[in-house]
Design a protein around this ligand. Sequence first.
Ligand SMILES: O=C(CO)[C@H](O)[C@H](O)COP(=O)(O)O
Length: 346
Amino acid sequence: MQFSPTPLTWPAQYETYQHVVFVLSFLINNHDIDYYRSNFSFSLKIPFYVCPLNLSFRLVLSLWLMTFPKLFFKLVAVSKLRTPCRFPIMSTVSFTVGHKNSSIGNVDISKMSAAHEAIDKHVKDGMTLGIGSGSTIVYGIQRLAQRMKDESLTIVCVPTSYQARQLIIDNNLPLGTLDEHPKLDCTIDGADEIETGTLACIKGGGGCLTQEKIVASCSEKLIIVADGAKEVSSLGQKWKKGIPIEVLPMACKPVQNKIEVKYGGEAILRMSADKAGPLVTDNGNFILDWVFPDIKYCWSSINNYIKLIPGVIEIGLFIDMADECLVGDSKGNVRLLKKSAQSLEI
Ligand SMILES: O=C(CO)[C@H](O)[C@H](O)COP(=O)(O)O
């Protein structure tokens, strides 16, 4: 077990909330440590020792920590740097000291609270559940894993991507397919933008729109989870990367032309970040991101028109699909968005 001798700095905006997190970290059991470890980042490492950290010792440490947090960290750092560890280390929990905006370390509070709320509110024993893709849903899966353990729930999870499939496996959740479960009780998924009122969404920022739409279309309910920054009064206000459209590679150019001629804007071939050349989806296709001109659209007719272009597999417009959206903020509050307006029809 190593301790990296990074200099400890004390941030100006140290917040009470983090005292609580730290204190809790000393009172929680080993199983919870894993949870915190997967949720918090690694800039400050706090060792947990097998021998001395029985409950009363933890309590004393916690009280001390509450009273003298600065001193505590200095001592931990100094002792770890100067003396070799005498006790077997059980685990190491790490937190970033201080946080900016809505994140503590690498935890995005807005996304996490929305995802947790969705799992707590909508998941019931015996359900078949569609699992969305993206960063927000990761928090949902962790919460689901926790609930399944604590409450001995029986849930079958149907993924919307390789990412979701891997998350389900990594968290020891039962993996299902649409072959076995063509009808799902509920799908929980993220979004890139949500229109207040109609709950129309842009999805596919992570490139998984096709399977996401298929799984959502098989679900009794679609619950969207997101941070508040994604809520807009009309699509395209904040999401400037365009509407993702999955296309068969050989049809890429004609589809690009047809969209641009009909609606203007630019349909840009999405390139891979890590591999040379275009991004290839989980289904072996390409993605065009259609950056559309800033005018008022009837999204359902755009959706229908683009879907009918030969070579288009799916479009990342989710119109009249979401039943509710749960939107989190940086303080951990979650707002419920319900459909209160019809999408524009032509
Ligand atoms: O549609 C998606 C992937 O295709 C995601 O749900 C969407 O991009 C939101 O991602 P994140 O939760 O990371 O913000």
